[in-house]
Write a protein that binds this ligand. Structure first.
Ligand code: SF4
Length: 537
């Protein structure tokens, strides 16, 4: 597999006494190598002469050092924790940080899952990197070099002083009662910072693929990050709130040089970002890609803001071998979209379908959600009505609606709301009414949303539960069984998943500072309530 890779950077030859590092993706090679984040962090580590880095996936690895000093994981999917624990066991490393000795490597982790809420996994990691790798990785390497020969605890204490490096074992969490709310989270002594601040890179050169391979899940794709974060701030959205502020890649310094380099090794280009079409020079980028020399390039666009779908965009996509476009509409109800701050009307969704069809696209995929705070059965009816109207307005355009359940995410204004158990019924309602009218309705598993919410709002009492569950299988039933066995040692599943939390409650991530202060999130939550009708203040 590694021999098929075409590298777009030059790994350095490690210095004689380089630090042996394993950098793992806790899933198979084809999944890991498709992650732009994993690719870029690996290339950063492999470009540093002070490190000797080897890659590890669950199904294969490069030759590994016998005694790694640093062992990192890039975590992009919650349930991959099962594979993290499996890999640690395979290398005979104790699962709990507290059981590790000086001879064991420091286990570090980063990526979207850990940046959002590392607490359910806090006991497994020695170090969590909060924020953008561009800033954190050089700091981690320099700080580690300074204490390389020291004891484990001295290393951790030193690293904890670096902004954005979180050492969970240096924070103590106490509870009102063992199965009650968190009473206080505090550093173990005055030398440890009381809060760890997520680090934000503010440069205008964003990420691009460092490796292209036919064995990636998206075969031979070259990816460029066009924007980071999203300025829309839909109130449930982690991709926006966790990564603010919105940043854009410079066309001249970042995007065009990267695309020119990438397209020397492949003809498949992916434009990535939470809201790609919101790049202020997106039109210029489209014109640039419209050159005859790129006529054979297959183009994929990660996300398109609905009201930026134009006939021209559709034509460009068709020309570059893409037949469908994906838009996130969340709901068919204008009222509910105001509650979540999605600045989009049903009329604009219909216009997008008309433009897509006029530009020659044959399909449109919509994404929605059930169980949004304040949602009522009438809002579901509005979604069905919108899909009917879309069919009429753009006949022949194939329509699909993917639908997930609202899951509260840390650092967003909706973090205090629980998952609405009604969502399961509402997904069935949509299925019943949309399939007969020819809409390809694709609901995401409700049970999976419940597990996601558990991890999303979990605290560190979940660690022993997660250790149990991985032996029971990855069904919701397995989690319920583990909760039953651990009754009295932590709150019930319902507390984490379904309960709406009181606003002055200590949150499991209160010691980790995201982009916006809690007061601002509370204000945005209150603004949502003003738009709503059914949720209590
Ligand atoms: S437009 Fe999409 S990415 Fe942006 S905040 Fe809303 S849901 Fe998130």
């Amino acid at each position: 597999m590694f021999s098929a890779e075409r590298l777009l950077f030059q790994p350095v030859i490690p210095a004689a006494n380089a630090i042996p590092v394993i950098f793992a993706f806790p899933n198979e090679y084809s999944v890991g190598i498709t992650s732009l984040g994993y690719q870029v962090v690996w290339a950063t580590l492999a470009s540093h002469p002070a490190l000797n880095v080897s890659r590890l996936f669950t199904d294969q690895s490069e030759p590994l050092p016998a005694h790694p000093e640093l062992f990192g994981f890039s975590v992009s999917w919650e349930l991959d924790y099962v594979n993290i624990l499996g890999l640690l066991e395979r290398f005979e490393i104790p699962l709990r940080a507290s059981d590790r000795q000086d001879s064991h490597p420091l286990i570090f982790g980063g990526g979207p899952v850990l940046t959002a809420n590392p607490e359910p996994f806090a006991d497994f990691f020695d170090i969590v990197l909060l924020g953008d790798g561009e800033l954190l990785l050089p700091e981690l390497i320099t700080a580690y070099q300074a204490v390389r020969g020291a004891s484990r605890i001295e290393k951790l204490r030193h690293l904890a002083q670096v902004p954005g490096i979180y050492v969970p074992s240096l924070y103590h969490v106490s509870y009102d009662v063992p199965d009650g709310a968190i009473a206080i989270i505090e550093p173990i002594d005055a030398s440890i910072p009381t809060q760890v601040e997520k680090q934000t890179y503010r440069g205008n050169v964003l990420s691009a693929s460092t490796v292209v391979t036919e064995h990636a899940a998206w075969e031979n794709i070259f990816m460029v990050e066009v924007v980071r974060s999203c300025p829309e701030m839909c109130r449930f959205c982690l991709a926006s709130y966790l990564t603010l502020p919105f940043r854009t890649a410079s066309l001249e310094q970042s995007l065009i040089p990267a695309i020119e380099k990438g397209l020397t090794v492949t003809r498949r280009l992916g434009l990535l970002g939470a809201s790609v079409t919101q790049h202020p020079e997106f039109e210029t980028l489209l014109n640039y890609l419209d050159q005859p020399k790129y006529d054979d390039v297959r183009l994929s666009i990660a996300s398109v803001r609905t009201n930026t779908v134009t006939e021209k965009l559709a034509r460009t996509l068709v020309k570059h071998d893409t037949r469908s476009i994906t838009i996130a509409v969340e709901s068919g109800s204008d009222r509910l979209r105001r509650v979540i701050n999605k600045k989009l009307t049903t009329a604009e969704v219909i216009e997008a379908a008309v433009q897509a069809k006029a530009g020659g696209l044959s399909a449109m995929k919509l994404y929605g959600m059930a169980g949004i705070p304040d949602e009522t059965p009438e809002d579901m009816e509005a979604t069905v009505q919108m899909m009917q109207d879309l069919k009429k307005a753009a006949p022949g355009l194939r329509l699909s609606l993917g639908c997930s359940t609202f899951v509260p995410k840390a650092h967003t204004p909706f973090q205090w709301f629980g998952v609405n158990p009604e969502a399961e019924k509402r997904l069935k309602y949509l299925q019943k009414h949309l399939r007969p009218i020819g809409v390809d309705f694709r609901p995401e598993s409700y049970n999976w949303s419940v597990i996601q919410a558990l991890i999303s709002r979990g605290d560190r009492r979940l660690a022993p539960l997660l250790e149990k569950v991985r032996h029971y299988g990855d069904t919701l039933g397995s989690y319920r069984r583990a909760f039953k066995e651990m009754r009295g040692q932590l709150p019930p599943l319902e507390y984490y998943v379904h309960e709406s939390w009181v606003l002055d409650q200590v949150l499991p991530w209160d010691h980790l500072r995201g982009p916006l202060p809690k007061t601002t999130l509370l204000k945005h939550r209150a603004d949502a309530l003003k738009q709503g009708q059914a949720i209590a203040v």
